[in-house]
Each structure stands twice: as C-alpha cells, then as structure tokens.
Design a protein around this ligand. Sequence first.
Ligand code: DMJ
Length: 647
Amino acid sequence: MTVVLLTSITVGLQPLFLSNMTTPALLPLSGRRIPTLSPGASSFPHHRATLRLSEKFILLLILSAFITLCFGAFFFLPDNSKHKRFDLGLEDVLIPHIDSPKEGKHASGQVVIHGQGGHDENRHREEEESLRDKIRADHERALQEAKEKLRKSREELQAEIQTEKTKVVEDLKKKDPGPKPLPPPPEPDVKEKRDKIREMMKHAWDSYRQYGWGHNELKPIAKKGHSTNIFGNSQLGASIVDALDTLFIMGLQDEFKDGQEWIEQNLDFSANAEVSVFEVNIRFIGGLLAAYYLSGQEVFKMKAVALAEKLIPAFNTPTGIPWAMVNLKTGVGRNWGWASAGSSILAEFGTLHMEFVHLTYLTGNPVYYQKVMHIRKLLAKMDRPNGLYPNYLNPRTGRWGQHHTSVGGLGDSFYEYLLKAWLMSDKTDVEARKAYDDAIEAIERHLIRKSNGGLTFIGEWKNGHLERKMGHLACFAGGMLALGADGSPDDKAGHYLQLGTGEGPLILKLGPEAFKFDSGLEAVAVRQNEKYYILRPEVIETYWYMWRFTHDPKYRQWGWEAAQAIDRFCRVSGGFSGVKDVYSSNPTYDDVQQSFFLAETLKYLYLLFSNDDLLPLETWVFNTEAHPLPVLHLGNITLPGSEPSQR
Ligand code: DMJ
C-alpha cells in the first residue's frame, strides 16, 4: 500500500513537472518567471536557469529512490514505535495496522488487521515480509516506468500530458456540472407536435424536389425554380445544401441520400457567377460542414473545401477586409452598389469566423484561419464611436462608412460570431469573448430601450440618433443574449438571461419585417414594405434557445402558435411561401420558399419539441444559418497559422 501511494505520487508528479516545461509561464522556477513560448518543436529554447527534461527525471528518480529507501528503512526498524507514529488516522491508508498485545487495546487477544481478528506473531512477520517484497516489486516497476518515460519522444510525452489534463478537466466538470434548467414539464402531445414539424419539412422538401430540384430555391405558387442575386446566375442547389442537416436530424434518410447524390454528381463551383461571400459561406460551407460532421461523409468536406478556395480571392483587397461578392470563375470581387461609399458590410465580413476556423482545423491549411484572424485584428485596432461598431467599413481605406449601428440587418451575425467563436473554441478564445462583452455593453447602453408600454426592444443607431425601430432580424438577439449569459462579466448572467426573455418584440410570435415603438406605437409596422414575413427563423430561434435555458413552457407554446400560423397562412400546395402583409387576414404571397426556411425555421421548431440531448449546446454551436458545428477541444493544440498571442 505504502509503495502504491509512493508510486502514484511519483508518477503523478511527472505530468505536472513536464507540463511546467511546455507551458512555463505558469509555474516559475527558481523564483524567476520564464517567458511563454510556442510549443512548436523547433522553437524549444534553452533556459539554463532551468533544468533539462532528462535532468529533471534523473533528479526525480533519485528523489523517488530516496523516499522508497526511507519507507523501506522504516519497516526494518526493530520496534513497533513506527506504528504509533502513524496513529493519526492515516495508518489504515498507509499500512495495515497490527495491534500488539502489549498495547492492551484488545485484551481479548484479537489482532485487528483491517477489521480482521486474531493475534499471531508469525503472521505478523509474514505480513512484514510480504510488504517488503511488495515494496521492492513496486519500486522496480516505478523505475521501469520512469525509464520508459525517458525513452519517449517529446511529442508522446506531450500527448500523455494532454490526456491527463483533459481527464482532470472532465472529472472536474462531472463534479460541478453548473446550474441546470429545471427538467421540462411533462407534455403529452410533444411528439405529435414534433411529427407535425417533420411533416412540414417533408412538404417543403418534396415540393422543392418536384418543382425546383437543382435550382437555388423554389417558387411554390408558380411551381418552378427560383434564385436571387446572392447566388448570382448559378444553379447551386442552395435549398439542398441548406436542408441537408435538417433532414438528417429529422431522420429523413431517403431525402438526405437524394440530396447527397445530387451534391456528389452536380455541385460544382466553376460557374461564371458572382455570389455573396457571406451567404455562400453561411449556407453552403456551413451546411456542408454540418452535414460532414453529422454523417461522416467525406464528400461534404471536400465540397466545402473546394468552395472555400473559390472565396479566398475575395480577400484580395488593400486591407484584407473581403469584398461582399466574388466571381466564382474569375475570382474578381466587388461590393454592393447600395452600400455606403463602396463599403463592405459588418455582418458579412464579420460572419466567416466559425466556418473558416473549422476549415483550417479539418484541412491543416492555415490560410482560412489567418484570413479571419486578420479581420479581427484590424477591427480591434479601430476606434469605435460610443463603443459601437458601424455597419460599414471601406475595404480600400480601412475607414468606417456611415455611422449606422444595428443588431438587425447589416450588423446582426457579427456579434453572434464573436460569442460563438468563444463557445466553439471550448471557451478558450477569450479575445472573442471580451470583444463580445464590450460590444454588448455598448449596445445595451445605446440601443436597448423599453417602450412606453413596457416592451424591451433594440433600436438602431443612426448618426448619433436612436431610431426606435426593430427588425425581425434583430429578434435572434434574445437567444444570443441568453446563450452568452453564462460567462458574462460581473456576474451579469441573470441579467442577460432576463434581457433575452424580455417581454415583447424580442420574442414576437410571428411578425412583420420591421416594427416601430414611436408616437404611441407598440411594435407596429407602419410602412407597407415592412409588413411582410418571408419565413424567417429569428423569433423561433430565440424561443428555442430560451426553452433550452429555462424550460418555461411558454416558449413551446409560442413556438407552436408560430408553427400553426405558418402552416395556416404560408402553406400552399407547392410548398411554403412568404406573405406580403401580416396584418391582412387574407395575405398575398411573395411566391418564394427561402432556403433558410428548411435550414433554420423548421430545424429550430423541430428542436423546440425535441429533448435537449438532440444537439446539446455543450457540444454543438450553431452557425448563423442554424448549421451545427462541434465545439473544438483544441487544448494545447495550436491551429496552423495561429500564433500564441492570437489564442
Ligand atoms: C439567415 O440567412 C441567417 O440567419 C442570417 O444570419 C440572417 N438571416 C437569415 C434569415 O432570416
């Protein structure tokens, strides 16, 4: 027993000792702080103030032999005084306690060895003999282990240390799982609701399969294919790629296989088409990566990488801030004509991080990681008016365009990706977390208000003036604030969770594209061109996150009302269509089944009526198009292209 403990202490010391060498800034030796260094093999420097690996082991061996000797000697002492020295409650741990009759503790003549009775001098001697044998055997084993360790390469040792560290972290997590929402209340018809959503997905998919197959989207009234300028004049099957993971999650296997086959045979990125870098990234790269992670089918990864190569030329600008659009064939990029002074858009160039980090992780090619980290660094250096990020940035000059700030369109997913960069790095990317916290603080100070009727809303900042108008796009922010509550500074978790649940437009049931809180108006769309609903997911997205964090039945209730409203007002025989006026009881259709309806709206609804263990938030982070990507447990692995200061 003694030696078992000794061995485990010795072995247990080694990882600590070695990890001290790989991350030397953590534990100073000789009272001096050793500078942080990259774990790259070639950059391992000599600090003669410290000891070499082999020297440390030799010292360790000597120490272990010495301690073993002491313990051995201890057992060879002639009298029983040693037992008394351990009478501190530790004896049962260290050695079997053998009572002597002289001590008179057991006048009945019983010898207590771990609760066993009977005193026997011979037996006592045998016990000691066998202990000595054990000491020798264990000591030899310890020596052998130490020798083996010395024979191992530095990489093998590092891998062992990492495994050890991960185990410790996992054990700690098990011990302290953190606050959990209350278990969901029993809901007898939850399966029926989930099945209904699955049926809606099937109707949307089957209609697209029948009338729009291979086109980007579907015109459900005209019953033919549809596309918009975000996909150029290409036929990239956007709805297929966007829908894949939803089909997979819902167990629609035949449909998934159909989609996979089309992708294998037809998805090609050589068209002379000018596409939106942002849209193609979130829908295609995000969709393909999620399909790859869920199904393990290599084809999805290969297509994602092939497409990413086509987007890289968009970063050829004087600042490295990418153009909004790039021609897939020629690689020529440009910005939207309507954007302020030829600017790139915050929500577009700021919504590449998740997918690009995964691309580097999967391929080992540093270029993707470097591109997005360059954007982050550039933004970090810029002045921000009132701490807010304007929506426009000129990629030629590196200057802000108009000082408009929004958590809705043009800004939204930039903030979302700051938070998600932190989450997907297993919360190690603290730089991203800090940027998120700072941004949210400024947003709360300048943009979040309560209406006269007590509704919480997020307005838009326009040249020093708050416009009391909120877009449907900004409604995702309820979920984002709740998702970011854990880990927020100054213990504001409760506050942000509360803000996420804020009564009102953050959680409208189904509403118009934009609505005002002005002149006595409470969340009402005024202009005709703001009254439409185009099957967007953002409100339902927030319901789902709030459900996951609170299990308050009202979120399922509201989600169900939204699902019913969509089924009632947006369903047509050829699929689902957006409507032009949510205030009309007999709305006209816009005749578009958006690909995000299959990727996001129906997926969030399905998850809302599923158990939490379907895509748990501890393991998966959803991109802004609701494509789940796994948390990367990078530990001390350094992504190619990254430097220590970036992580
Ligand atoms: C989706 O394409 C994404 O969620 C994006 O971030 C903005 N919103 C649309 C759907 O409304």
